[in-house]
Design a protein around this ligand. Structure first.
Ligand SMILES: [Zn+2]
Length: 601
Protein backbone atom coordinates (compact mmCIF):
# COMPACT_ATOMS: atom_id res chain seq x y z
CA UNK A 1 0.00 0.00 0.00
CA UNK A 2 1.52 3.37 -1.10
CA UNK A 3 3.07 5.18 1.92
CA UNK A 4 0.85 8.23 1.44
CA UNK A 5 -2.25 6.05 2.01
CA UNK A 6 -0.73 4.33 5.09
CA UNK A 7 -0.91 7.66 6.96
CA UNK A 8 -4.72 7.96 6.58
CA UNK A 9 -6.76 6.44 9.54
CA UNK A 10 -8.57 3.21 8.57
CA UNK A 11 -12.24 4.40 8.50
CA UNK A 12 -11.40 7.42 6.37
CA UNK A 13 -9.19 5.29 4.11
CA UNK A 14 -12.05 2.81 3.59
CA UNK A 15 -14.15 5.71 2.48
CA UNK A 16 -11.45 7.12 0.19
CA UNK A 17 -10.79 3.73 -1.45
CA UNK A 18 -14.48 2.99 -1.77
CA UNK A 19 -15.15 6.18 -3.67
CA UNK A 20 -11.98 6.27 -5.70
CA UNK A 21 -12.24 2.52 -6.46
CA UNK A 22 -15.94 2.21 -7.15
CA UNK A 23 -16.52 5.48 -8.92
CA UNK A 24 -12.99 6.47 -9.92
CA UNK A 25 -14.34 9.86 -8.90
CA UNK A 26 -12.92 12.32 -6.37
CA UNK A 27 -13.30 10.91 -2.87
CA UNK A 28 -16.09 12.71 -1.00
CA UNK A 29 -14.71 15.25 1.44
CA UNK A 30 -15.01 14.20 5.03
CA UNK A 31 -15.16 16.42 8.07
CA UNK A 32 -12.85 16.32 11.10
CA UNK A 33 -14.88 13.35 12.42
CA UNK A 34 -14.29 11.37 9.23
CA UNK A 35 -17.90 11.76 8.12
CA UNK A 36 -19.10 12.81 4.65
CA UNK A 37 -21.79 15.48 4.11
CA UNK A 38 -24.19 12.87 2.79
CA UNK A 39 -24.59 9.11 2.52
CA UNK A 40 -26.66 7.31 -0.08
CA UNK A 41 -29.18 4.69 1.05
CA UNK A 42 -27.81 1.19 0.55
CA UNK A 43 -28.62 -2.33 1.79
CA UNK A 44 -27.43 -3.09 5.32
CA UNK A 45 -25.99 -6.33 6.70
CA UNK A 46 -26.51 -8.41 9.85
CA UNK A 47 -23.31 -7.06 11.35
CA UNK A 48 -23.50 -4.01 13.61
CA UNK A 49 -20.97 -1.67 12.03
CA UNK A 50 -20.08 1.92 11.19
CA UNK A 51 -21.23 1.58 7.56
CA UNK A 52 -24.73 0.39 8.46
CA UNK A 53 -25.21 2.92 11.23
CA UNK A 54 -24.19 5.71 8.89
CA UNK A 55 -26.51 4.50 6.13
CA UNK A 56 -29.42 4.36 8.54
CA UNK A 57 -28.78 7.52 10.53
CA UNK A 58 -28.18 9.77 7.49
CA UNK A 59 -31.65 8.75 6.29
CA UNK A 60 -33.45 8.85 9.63
CA UNK A 61 -32.00 12.23 10.61
CA UNK A 62 -32.21 13.76 7.14
CA UNK A 63 -33.79 17.20 6.75
CA UNK A 64 -36.67 15.54 4.88
CA UNK A 65 -37.77 13.99 8.18
CA UNK A 66 -38.45 17.54 9.40
CA UNK A 67 -37.16 16.75 12.90
CA UNK A 68 -39.76 13.95 13.43
CA UNK A 69 -41.86 15.98 15.89
CA UNK A 70 -44.78 14.11 17.46
CA UNK A 71 -48.06 15.27 15.97
CA UNK A 72 -46.44 16.38 12.73
CA UNK A 73 -46.01 14.63 9.39
CA UNK A 74 -42.28 14.30 10.10
CA UNK A 75 -43.01 11.73 12.82
CA UNK A 76 -44.99 9.66 10.34
CA UNK A 77 -42.06 9.74 7.93
CA UNK A 78 -39.66 8.52 10.61
CA UNK A 79 -41.94 5.75 11.84
CA UNK A 80 -42.66 4.68 8.26
CA UNK A 81 -38.93 4.15 7.80
CA UNK A 82 -38.57 2.05 10.94
CA UNK A 83 -41.68 -0.05 10.20
CA UNK A 84 -40.56 -0.71 6.64
CA UNK A 85 -37.18 -1.84 7.93
CA UNK A 86 -38.49 -4.23 10.60
CA UNK A 87 -40.87 -5.67 8.04
CA UNK A 88 -38.00 -6.12 5.56
CA UNK A 89 -35.93 -7.79 8.29
CA UNK A 90 -38.74 -10.21 9.09
CA UNK A 91 -39.67 -9.15 12.62
CA UNK A 92 -43.21 -9.88 13.71
CA UNK A 93 -45.65 -6.97 14.09
CA UNK A 94 -45.95 -6.23 17.80
CA UNK A 95 -48.63 -3.54 17.69
CA UNK A 96 -52.41 -3.94 17.97
CA UNK A 97 -54.32 -5.71 15.19
CA UNK A 98 -51.23 -7.31 13.66
CA UNK A 99 -49.68 -3.93 12.88
CA UNK A 100 -46.22 -2.54 13.55
CA UNK A 101 -47.86 0.68 14.69
CA UNK A 102 -49.46 1.62 17.99
CA UNK A 103 -51.23 4.81 17.02
CA UNK A 104 -51.69 7.44 19.72
CA UNK A 105 -54.92 9.51 19.65
CA UNK A 106 -53.43 12.64 18.11
CA UNK A 107 -55.87 14.68 16.09
CA UNK A 108 -55.67 17.65 13.81
CA UNK A 109 -58.38 20.11 14.64
CA UNK A 110 -59.80 22.65 12.26
CA UNK A 111 -62.99 24.46 11.15
CA UNK A 112 -64.50 23.29 7.87
CA UNK A 113 -65.34 25.43 4.84
CA UNK A 114 -68.99 25.28 5.90
CA UNK A 115 -68.21 27.61 8.80
CA UNK A 116 -69.85 31.06 8.74
CA UNK A 117 -69.42 34.35 10.63
CA UNK A 118 -72.00 37.06 10.01
CA UNK A 119 -72.78 40.43 11.58
CA UNK A 120 -76.37 41.59 11.44
CA UNK A 121 -76.85 38.84 8.89
CA UNK A 122 -74.00 40.00 6.64
CA UNK A 123 -71.35 37.30 6.28
CA UNK A 124 -67.63 38.12 6.53
CA UNK A 125 -65.32 36.51 3.96
CA UNK A 126 -64.24 33.24 5.60
CA UNK A 127 -60.48 32.71 5.76
CA UNK A 128 -60.05 36.16 4.19
CA UNK A 129 -61.47 38.82 6.53
CA UNK A 130 -62.09 36.43 9.41
CA UNK A 131 -60.31 33.27 10.53
CA UNK A 132 -61.29 31.13 13.52
CA UNK A 133 -58.32 29.67 15.41
CA UNK A 134 -58.86 25.97 16.18
CA UNK A 135 -58.25 25.05 19.79
CA UNK A 136 -58.42 21.70 21.53
CA UNK A 137 -62.20 21.50 21.46
CA UNK A 138 -65.21 22.93 19.69
CA UNK A 139 -65.71 26.48 20.99
CA UNK A 140 -68.85 27.72 22.73
CA UNK A 141 -71.52 28.90 20.19
CA UNK A 142 -71.75 32.56 19.16
CA UNK A 143 -75.46 33.29 18.89
CA UNK A 144 -76.53 36.84 18.22
CA UNK A 145 -73.84 38.18 20.54
CA UNK A 146 -73.25 41.89 20.78
CA UNK A 147 -69.90 43.14 19.47
CA UNK A 148 -67.90 45.57 21.61
CA UNK A 149 -64.55 47.23 21.10
CA UNK A 150 -62.43 46.02 24.03
CA UNK A 151 -59.23 48.09 23.69
CA UNK A 152 -55.61 47.28 22.85
CA UNK A 153 -54.39 43.73 23.19
CA UNK A 154 -52.08 43.28 26.17
CA UNK A 155 -52.61 46.82 27.46
CA UNK A 156 -55.16 46.62 30.28
CA UNK A 157 -55.10 50.38 30.79
CA UNK A 158 -56.98 50.76 27.50
CA UNK A 159 -59.37 47.89 28.00
CA UNK A 160 -63.00 47.59 29.06
CA UNK A 161 -63.83 45.76 32.29
CA UNK A 162 -64.60 42.08 32.65
CA UNK A 163 -68.23 42.96 33.38
CA UNK A 164 -68.51 45.00 30.17
CA UNK A 165 -67.04 42.10 28.19
CA UNK A 166 -69.14 39.29 29.65
CA UNK A 167 -71.35 37.57 27.10
CA UNK A 168 -70.09 39.73 24.24
CA UNK A 169 -67.73 39.39 21.28
CA UNK A 170 -64.73 41.52 22.27
CA UNK A 171 -62.65 43.05 19.48
CA UNK A 172 -59.05 43.98 20.30
CA UNK A 173 -56.62 46.02 18.24
CA UNK A 174 -52.96 45.01 18.28
CA UNK A 175 -50.50 47.14 20.26
CA UNK A 176 -48.44 49.62 18.21
CA UNK A 177 -45.73 47.66 16.47
CA UNK A 178 -47.88 44.60 16.01
CA UNK A 179 -49.42 41.81 18.06
CA UNK A 180 -47.78 38.62 19.24
CA UNK A 181 -49.46 37.34 16.08
CA UNK A 182 -48.64 33.72 16.78
CA UNK A 183 -51.12 33.19 19.55
CA UNK A 184 -54.61 34.69 20.03
CA UNK A 185 -55.36 36.21 23.47
CA UNK A 186 -54.65 33.16 25.63
CA UNK A 187 -57.13 30.64 24.29
CA UNK A 188 -55.26 27.57 23.18
CA UNK A 189 -53.92 25.99 26.29
CA UNK A 190 -51.39 23.16 26.22
CA UNK A 191 -53.15 19.94 27.27
CA UNK A 192 -53.34 19.81 31.08
CA UNK A 193 -51.58 23.16 31.55
CA UNK A 194 -52.96 25.76 34.02
CA UNK A 195 -54.91 28.22 31.83
CA UNK A 196 -53.85 31.91 32.27
CA UNK A 197 -56.85 33.93 33.52
CA UNK A 198 -57.99 36.93 31.46
CA UNK A 199 -60.48 39.68 32.08
CA UNK A 200 -62.21 38.47 28.91
CA UNK A 201 -62.85 34.96 30.20
CA UNK A 202 -66.58 35.50 30.23
CA UNK A 203 -66.72 36.98 26.74
CA UNK A 204 -68.36 34.70 24.17
CA UNK A 205 -65.42 35.26 21.83
CA UNK A 206 -62.38 37.48 21.47
CA UNK A 207 -61.32 38.73 18.05
CA UNK A 208 -57.91 40.25 17.39
CA UNK A 209 -57.40 42.56 14.41
CA UNK A 210 -54.10 41.22 13.11
CA UNK A 211 -54.70 39.48 9.80
CA UNK A 212 -53.67 42.29 7.45
CA UNK A 213 -49.97 41.49 7.94
CA UNK A 214 -50.48 37.91 6.76
CA UNK A 215 -50.61 36.60 3.21
CA UNK A 216 -53.80 34.80 2.09
CA UNK A 217 -51.95 31.47 2.43
CA UNK A 218 -50.81 32.31 5.94
CA UNK A 219 -54.39 33.20 6.89
CA UNK A 220 -55.70 29.85 5.65
CA UNK A 221 -52.82 28.06 7.44
CA UNK A 222 -54.10 29.34 10.79
CA UNK A 223 -57.04 27.04 10.35
CA UNK A 224 -54.91 24.21 8.94
CA UNK A 225 -52.80 23.33 11.95
CA UNK A 226 -49.90 21.06 11.06
CA UNK A 227 -49.46 19.82 14.58
CA UNK A 228 -51.84 17.19 15.83
CA UNK A 229 -52.41 17.08 19.57
CA UNK A 230 -53.99 14.72 22.00
CA UNK A 231 -56.47 15.88 24.60
CA UNK A 232 -55.69 15.51 28.28
CA UNK A 233 -58.66 15.15 30.63
CA UNK A 234 -59.70 18.53 32.11
CA UNK A 235 -58.13 19.19 35.55
CA UNK A 236 -60.43 17.95 38.29
CA UNK A 237 -61.49 20.09 41.24
CA UNK A 238 -59.35 18.91 44.16
CA UNK A 239 -62.58 18.23 46.13
CA UNK A 240 -63.75 15.78 43.48
CA UNK A 241 -60.31 14.22 43.48
CA UNK A 242 -60.60 13.62 47.23
CA UNK A 243 -58.30 16.64 48.01
CA UNK A 244 -58.41 17.53 51.78
CA UNK A 245 -60.10 20.81 53.03
CA UNK A 246 -62.68 23.12 51.48
CA UNK A 247 -61.50 24.85 48.30
CA UNK A 248 -63.15 27.63 46.34
CA UNK A 249 -64.07 25.37 43.42
CA UNK A 250 -65.97 28.02 41.45
CA UNK A 251 -62.85 29.21 39.60
CA UNK A 252 -61.94 25.57 38.97
CA UNK A 253 -65.42 24.84 37.70
CA UNK A 254 -65.17 27.82 35.40
CA UNK A 255 -61.77 26.54 34.39
CA UNK A 256 -63.21 23.14 33.52
CA UNK A 257 -66.04 24.72 31.56
CA UNK A 258 -63.54 26.90 29.72
CA UNK A 259 -61.55 23.78 28.86
CA UNK A 260 -64.58 21.72 27.88
CA UNK A 261 -66.09 24.48 25.79
CA UNK A 262 -63.40 27.03 25.12
CA UNK A 263 -64.04 30.57 24.07
CA UNK A 264 -63.89 31.11 20.31
CA UNK A 265 -60.75 32.85 19.07
CA UNK A 266 -61.24 34.91 15.92
CA UNK A 267 -58.73 36.91 13.90
CA UNK A 268 -59.85 39.77 11.65
CA UNK A 269 -58.62 42.15 9.02
CA UNK A 270 -59.18 45.84 9.73
CA UNK A 271 -61.87 45.80 7.03
CA UNK A 272 -63.55 42.81 8.66
CA UNK A 273 -63.41 44.48 12.08
CA UNK A 274 -64.77 47.75 10.72
CA UNK A 275 -67.71 45.82 9.27
CA UNK A 276 -68.53 44.50 12.75
CA UNK A 277 -69.04 48.11 13.85
CA UNK A 278 -70.74 49.26 10.62
CA UNK A 279 -67.87 51.73 10.14
CA UNK A 280 -65.59 52.54 7.21
CA UNK A 281 -62.53 52.20 9.50
CA UNK A 282 -61.55 51.65 13.12
CA UNK A 283 -59.56 54.88 13.37
CA UNK A 284 -60.37 56.70 16.60
CA UNK A 285 -62.65 53.94 17.95
CA UNK A 286 -63.11 54.21 21.71
CA UNK A 287 -63.08 51.30 24.14
CA UNK A 288 -66.65 50.22 24.91
CA UNK A 289 -67.95 51.14 21.45
CA UNK A 290 -70.79 48.78 20.59
CA UNK A 291 -71.05 47.00 17.23
CA UNK A 292 -73.62 44.74 15.54
CA UNK A 293 -74.92 41.32 16.49
CA UNK A 294 -72.62 38.43 15.60
CA UNK A 295 -73.66 34.91 14.70
CA UNK A 296 -71.13 32.22 13.91
CA UNK A 297 -71.54 28.61 12.84
CA UNK A 298 -68.07 27.23 13.39
CA UNK A 299 -68.00 23.64 12.20
CA UNK A 300 -65.19 22.09 14.25
CA UNK A 301 -63.71 18.76 13.14
CA UNK A 302 -61.12 16.49 14.67
CA UNK A 303 -59.18 14.50 12.14
CA UNK A 304 -57.37 11.45 13.40
CA UNK A 305 -53.77 11.39 12.24
CA UNK A 306 -50.97 8.94 12.16
CA UNK A 307 -48.55 11.64 13.25
CA UNK A 308 -47.93 9.99 16.63
CA UNK A 309 -47.06 6.29 16.53
CA UNK A 310 -45.07 3.88 18.59
CA UNK A 311 -43.44 1.26 16.37
CA UNK A 312 -43.59 -2.19 17.98
CA UNK A 313 -41.95 -5.38 16.66
CA UNK A 314 -41.02 -8.76 18.10
CA UNK A 315 -38.42 -11.46 17.53
CA UNK A 316 -39.90 -14.61 19.04
CA UNK A 317 -37.78 -16.54 21.52
CA UNK A 318 -36.37 -19.98 20.76
CA UNK A 319 -37.47 -21.61 24.03
CA UNK A 320 -41.03 -22.98 24.09
CA UNK A 321 -41.59 -21.67 27.63
CA UNK A 322 -39.37 -18.64 27.94
CA UNK A 323 -40.56 -17.23 24.61
CA UNK A 324 -43.59 -15.99 26.53
CA UNK A 325 -41.30 -13.62 28.40
CA UNK A 326 -39.82 -10.49 26.81
CA UNK A 327 -36.66 -8.46 26.92
CA UNK A 328 -37.74 -4.97 25.87
CA UNK A 329 -35.39 -2.69 23.98
CA UNK A 330 -36.41 0.89 23.31
CA UNK A 331 -35.54 4.31 21.93
CA UNK A 332 -37.62 7.32 20.95
CA UNK A 333 -38.47 7.94 17.29
CA UNK A 334 -39.37 11.63 17.69
CA UNK A 335 -37.47 14.85 18.10
CA UNK A 336 -38.45 18.52 18.34
CA UNK A 337 -39.26 19.32 14.70
CA UNK A 338 -38.26 22.47 12.82
CA UNK A 339 -38.10 26.14 13.59
CA UNK A 340 -36.89 29.41 12.05
CA UNK A 341 -33.98 29.14 9.59
CA UNK A 342 -30.48 30.20 10.68
CA UNK A 343 -26.99 29.93 9.25
CA UNK A 344 -26.06 26.33 10.12
CA UNK A 345 -22.28 26.88 10.11
CA UNK A 346 -22.26 29.83 12.50
CA UNK A 347 -24.68 28.00 14.80
CA UNK A 348 -22.38 24.98 14.84
CA UNK A 349 -19.36 27.18 15.53
CA UNK A 350 -21.21 28.98 18.32
CA UNK A 351 -22.33 25.72 19.94
CA UNK A 352 -18.81 24.29 19.80
CA UNK A 353 -17.35 27.38 21.48
CA UNK A 354 -20.11 27.47 24.11
CA UNK A 355 -19.56 23.81 24.97
CA UNK A 356 -15.80 24.31 25.25
CA UNK A 357 -16.51 27.17 27.65
CA UNK A 358 -18.90 24.99 29.64
CA UNK A 359 -16.24 22.30 30.08
CA UNK A 360 -13.69 24.94 31.06
CA UNK A 361 -16.28 26.24 33.55
CA UNK A 362 -16.51 22.81 35.24
CA UNK A 363 -19.93 22.31 33.72
CA UNK A 364 -21.27 25.20 35.79
CA UNK A 365 -24.01 27.02 33.84
CA UNK A 366 -22.64 29.92 31.76
CA UNK A 367 -23.98 33.36 32.58
CA UNK A 368 -25.14 35.96 30.00
CA UNK A 369 -21.84 37.85 30.42
CA UNK A 370 -19.84 34.74 29.58
CA UNK A 371 -22.05 33.87 26.63
CA UNK A 372 -21.71 37.41 25.34
CA UNK A 373 -17.99 36.81 24.93
CA UNK A 374 -18.58 34.04 22.38
CA UNK A 375 -17.27 35.33 19.05
CA UNK A 376 -17.77 33.25 15.91
CA UNK A 377 -15.13 33.83 13.25
CA UNK A 378 -17.40 34.33 10.25
CA UNK A 379 -14.45 34.99 7.90
CA UNK A 380 -13.14 31.44 8.25
CA UNK A 381 -16.66 30.11 7.73
CA UNK A 382 -17.24 32.26 4.66
CA UNK A 383 -13.97 31.05 3.18
CA UNK A 384 -15.47 27.54 3.13
CA UNK A 385 -19.13 28.50 2.65
CA UNK A 386 -19.27 31.87 0.87
CA UNK A 387 -23.05 31.85 1.14
CA UNK A 388 -24.94 31.21 4.37
CA UNK A 389 -26.41 27.70 4.45
CA UNK A 390 -29.78 28.15 6.12
CA UNK A 391 -31.06 25.41 8.38
CA UNK A 392 -34.41 25.21 10.14
CA UNK A 393 -34.52 21.51 11.01
CA UNK A 394 -33.66 20.04 14.41
CA UNK A 395 -32.43 16.76 12.92
CA UNK A 396 -32.02 14.95 16.24
CA UNK A 397 -29.26 12.72 14.85
CA UNK A 398 -27.99 11.91 18.33
CA UNK A 399 -31.32 12.60 20.09
CA UNK A 400 -32.57 10.05 19.50
CA UNK A 401 -31.70 9.04 15.97
CA UNK A 402 -28.70 7.21 17.41
CA UNK A 403 -30.92 5.21 19.76
CA UNK A 404 -33.59 4.48 17.16
CA UNK A 405 -31.09 3.31 14.54
CA UNK A 406 -29.00 1.46 17.14
CA UNK A 407 -32.10 -0.51 18.15
CA UNK A 408 -32.81 -1.25 14.47
CA UNK A 409 -29.25 -2.54 14.03
CA UNK A 410 -29.69 -4.73 17.12
CA UNK A 411 -32.89 -6.13 15.64
CA UNK A 412 -31.09 -6.89 12.38
CA UNK A 413 -28.22 -8.56 14.24
CA UNK A 414 -30.51 -10.74 16.38
CA UNK A 415 -32.53 -11.67 13.28
CA UNK A 416 -29.24 -12.85 11.76
CA UNK A 417 -28.56 -15.19 14.69
CA UNK A 418 -29.12 -18.84 13.73
CA UNK A 419 -30.42 -19.53 17.26
CA UNK A 420 -32.45 -16.71 18.74
CA UNK A 421 -32.37 -15.88 22.43
CA UNK A 422 -34.64 -18.10 24.53
CA UNK A 423 -36.91 -15.21 25.55
CA UNK A 424 -38.63 -13.10 22.94
CA UNK A 425 -37.20 -9.66 22.19
CA UNK A 426 -39.68 -6.78 22.16
CA UNK A 427 -38.65 -3.65 20.25
CA UNK A 428 -40.53 -0.41 20.94
CA UNK A 429 -39.65 2.87 19.25
CA UNK A 430 -41.59 5.36 21.38
CA UNK A 431 -43.07 8.56 20.03
CA UNK A 432 -43.60 11.76 21.95
CA UNK A 433 -40.64 11.43 24.29
CA UNK A 434 -39.84 15.07 23.74
CA UNK A 435 -43.43 15.88 24.60
CA UNK A 436 -43.20 14.35 28.09
CA UNK A 437 -42.53 10.62 27.63
CA UNK A 438 -45.97 10.40 25.99
CA UNK A 439 -45.36 7.31 23.84
CA UNK A 440 -43.89 5.14 26.58
CA UNK A 441 -46.58 6.24 29.01
CA UNK A 442 -49.13 5.16 26.43
CA UNK A 443 -47.34 1.86 25.78
CA UNK A 444 -47.17 0.77 29.43
CA UNK A 445 -50.83 1.72 29.85
CA UNK A 446 -51.72 -0.19 26.65
CA UNK A 447 -49.07 -2.90 26.55
CA UNK A 448 -49.24 -5.22 23.55
CA UNK A 449 -47.71 -8.06 25.60
CA UNK A 450 -48.56 -8.81 29.26
CA UNK A 451 -46.69 -6.16 31.27
CA UNK A 452 -45.61 -8.79 33.82
CA UNK A 453 -43.94 -10.79 31.05
CA UNK A 454 -41.41 -8.00 30.40
CA UNK A 455 -38.38 -9.10 32.41
CA UNK A 456 -36.28 -5.96 31.75
CA UNK A 457 -36.22 -2.83 29.59
CA UNK A 458 -33.02 -1.58 27.97
CA UNK A 459 -33.45 2.06 26.93
CA UNK A 460 -31.16 3.94 24.57
CA UNK A 461 -31.31 7.70 24.25
CA UNK A 462 -28.29 9.50 22.75
CA UNK A 463 -25.32 7.15 22.26
CA UNK A 464 -23.84 8.86 19.20
CA UNK A 465 -21.47 11.33 20.85
CA UNK A 466 -19.67 11.21 24.21
CA UNK A 467 -16.33 12.54 22.97
CA UNK A 468 -13.87 14.24 25.31
CA UNK A 469 -14.93 17.56 23.69
CA UNK A 470 -18.57 16.86 24.58
CA UNK A 471 -18.41 16.14 28.34
CA UNK A 472 -15.89 15.57 31.13
CA UNK A 473 -14.69 11.96 31.00
CA UNK A 474 -15.89 11.52 27.41
CA UNK A 475 -13.85 9.40 25.03
CA UNK A 476 -13.78 6.31 22.81
CA UNK A 477 -14.78 3.98 25.65
CA UNK A 478 -17.30 6.24 27.40
CA UNK A 479 -20.93 5.30 28.09
CA UNK A 480 -23.12 6.22 31.02
CA UNK A 481 -25.36 3.55 32.48
CA UNK A 482 -28.28 4.85 34.54
CA UNK A 483 -30.66 3.01 36.84
CA UNK A 484 -29.34 -0.52 36.20
CA UNK A 485 -29.09 -1.36 39.91
CA UNK A 486 -32.18 0.58 41.02
CA UNK A 487 -34.68 -2.23 40.68
CA UNK A 488 -32.59 -5.28 40.10
CA UNK A 489 -29.08 -6.02 41.34
CA UNK A 490 -29.13 -9.02 38.99
CA UNK A 491 -29.59 -6.76 35.98
CA UNK A 492 -26.93 -4.34 37.18
CA UNK A 493 -24.44 -7.18 37.54
CA UNK A 494 -25.32 -8.62 34.14
CA UNK A 495 -24.66 -5.19 32.59
CA UNK A 496 -21.18 -5.25 34.11
CA UNK A 497 -20.44 -8.91 33.39
CA UNK A 498 -21.33 -8.67 29.70
CA UNK A 499 -19.18 -5.57 29.39
CA UNK A 500 -16.09 -7.09 30.98
CA UNK A 501 -16.62 -10.11 28.72
CA UNK A 502 -16.14 -8.02 25.60
CA UNK A 503 -12.89 -7.92 23.58
CA UNK A 504 -12.65 -4.16 24.32
CA UNK A 505 -14.77 -3.39 27.38
CA UNK A 506 -16.38 0.04 27.57
CA UNK A 507 -15.83 2.43 30.47
CA UNK A 508 -19.24 2.30 32.16
CA UNK A 509 -19.96 5.56 34.00
CA UNK A 510 -22.39 5.33 36.94
CA UNK A 511 -22.14 8.88 38.26
CA UNK A 512 -25.48 9.88 36.75
CA UNK A 513 -27.16 7.38 39.10
CA UNK A 514 -26.69 10.13 41.68
CA UNK A 515 -27.69 13.79 41.48
CA UNK A 516 -25.19 15.67 39.32
CA UNK A 517 -24.85 19.45 39.27
CA UNK A 518 -23.65 19.76 35.67
CA UNK A 519 -25.62 22.28 33.60
CA UNK A 520 -28.50 20.49 31.88
CA UNK A 521 -28.06 17.19 33.72
CA UNK A 522 -30.92 17.54 36.19
CA UNK A 523 -32.98 14.40 36.71
CA UNK A 524 -31.56 12.46 33.77
CA UNK A 525 -33.12 9.30 35.25
CA UNK A 526 -36.64 10.73 34.94
CA UNK A 527 -36.17 12.21 31.47
CA UNK A 528 -36.40 9.27 29.13
CA UNK A 529 -38.74 6.41 28.38
CA UNK A 530 -37.27 3.75 30.68
CA UNK A 531 -38.83 5.77 33.51
CA UNK A 532 -42.33 4.66 32.58
CA UNK A 533 -41.27 1.00 32.58
CA UNK A 534 -39.56 1.49 35.94
CA UNK A 535 -42.81 2.91 37.32
CA UNK A 536 -44.36 -0.42 36.43
CA UNK A 537 -41.65 -2.18 38.48
CA UNK A 538 -39.74 -3.45 35.44
CA UNK A 539 -35.95 -3.47 35.94
CA UNK A 540 -34.37 -1.02 33.53
CA UNK A 541 -30.94 0.00 32.29
CA UNK A 542 -30.55 3.29 30.45
CA UNK A 543 -27.61 3.96 28.09
CA UNK A 544 -26.51 7.47 27.31
CA UNK A 545 -23.26 9.14 26.18
CA UNK A 546 -24.11 12.51 27.68
CA UNK A 547 -25.20 15.90 26.46
CA UNK A 548 -23.15 18.13 24.15
CA UNK A 549 -23.16 21.52 22.47
CA UNK A 550 -25.57 20.41 19.75
CA UNK A 551 -28.19 19.02 22.14
CA UNK A 552 -31.64 20.14 20.93
CA UNK A 553 -29.97 22.36 18.34
CA UNK A 554 -30.28 22.46 14.57
CA UNK A 555 -26.67 21.30 14.55
CA UNK A 556 -27.45 17.84 15.96
CA UNK A 557 -26.61 16.39 12.55
CA UNK A 558 -25.56 12.88 11.41
CA UNK A 559 -22.17 14.14 10.22
CA UNK A 560 -21.15 14.99 13.80
CA UNK A 561 -21.77 11.50 15.20
CA UNK A 562 -18.88 9.34 16.49
CA UNK A 563 -19.72 6.19 14.51
CA UNK A 564 -16.95 3.82 15.69
CA UNK A 565 -17.83 4.60 19.34
CA UNK A 566 -21.55 4.37 18.54
CA UNK A 567 -21.08 0.96 16.86
CA UNK A 568 -19.22 -0.43 19.88
CA UNK A 569 -21.95 0.64 22.28
CA UNK A 570 -24.66 -0.75 20.01
CA UNK A 571 -22.86 -4.10 19.72
CA UNK A 572 -22.45 -4.25 23.49
CA UNK A 573 -26.15 -3.59 24.11
CA UNK A 574 -27.02 -6.34 21.62
CA UNK A 575 -24.84 -8.75 23.59
CA UNK A 576 -26.53 -7.62 26.80
CA UNK A 577 -30.01 -8.14 25.33
CA UNK A 578 -29.07 -11.66 24.24
CA UNK A 579 -27.60 -12.43 27.68
CA UNK A 580 -30.74 -11.26 29.48
CA UNK A 581 -32.78 -13.18 26.91
CA UNK A 582 -30.98 -16.43 27.75
CA UNK A 583 -30.14 -16.03 31.44
CA UNK A 584 -32.12 -16.31 34.66
CA UNK A 585 -34.88 -13.74 35.05
CA UNK A 586 -33.46 -10.63 36.79
CA UNK A 587 -34.88 -10.59 40.31
CA UNK A 588 -36.29 -7.40 41.75
CA UNK A 589 -34.46 -5.87 44.71
CA UNK A 590 -37.72 -5.37 46.57
CA UNK A 591 -41.39 -6.14 46.23
CA UNK A 592 -43.07 -5.20 43.01
CA UNK A 593 -43.29 -2.47 41.88
CA UNK A 594 -40.26 -1.02 43.55
CA UNK A 595 -40.67 2.75 43.76
CA UNK A 596 -37.78 4.17 41.71
CA UNK A 597 -35.44 6.54 43.56
CA UNK A 598 -36.68 10.01 42.45
CA UNK A 599 -33.56 12.02 41.68
CA UNK A 600 -33.95 15.75 42.12
CA UNK A 601 -30.65 17.68 42.06
ZN1 LIG B 1 -33.90 12.05 23.72
Amino acid sequence: MPRVLRSIPAPALAWVVLCAGALGAQPAPVNRYGNPPSVKPAPTTGAIDVRDLRIRLYQFADDSMQGRQVGRVGNRKGTDYIAAEVKRLGLLPGGPNGSYFQVLPYHLRRFTEHSRVAVNGNPLAWNVDVVAVPGLRAPRPILNAEVVYGGVQGDTSTQISAAEAAGKVVVLLPPPGGARASQGPGFQVRPGAQRARSRFDDAVAVATVDLDALTPAQRVAINEPAVATQIAAPRMAPAAAGGAGAVDSLPLLKDQLAQLQPQAALRLTRAGAAALFGRASLDGIAAGTKGGRLNAALEFVELPTDYARNVVAIIPGSDPVLKHQYVAIGAHNDHVGFTTPVDKDSVKAFNDIRNRMLLANNMEPLGPAQLATVKVNMDSIRRVHPKARLDSVNNGADDDGSGSMGVLEIAEAIMAMPVKPKRSTLFVWHTGEEGGLVGSAYYVRHPTVPIDSIVAQLNIDMIGRGRAEDLPGGGDDYVAVVGSFFDSKDLGETVQRVNTGQRRPLALDYKIDEPIAWAGYNNIYGRSDHYNYALQGIPIAFFFTGLHGDYHQRSDEPEFIDYPHYARITSYIKELAVEVGNGPRPRLNGTRPAKPKAIVP
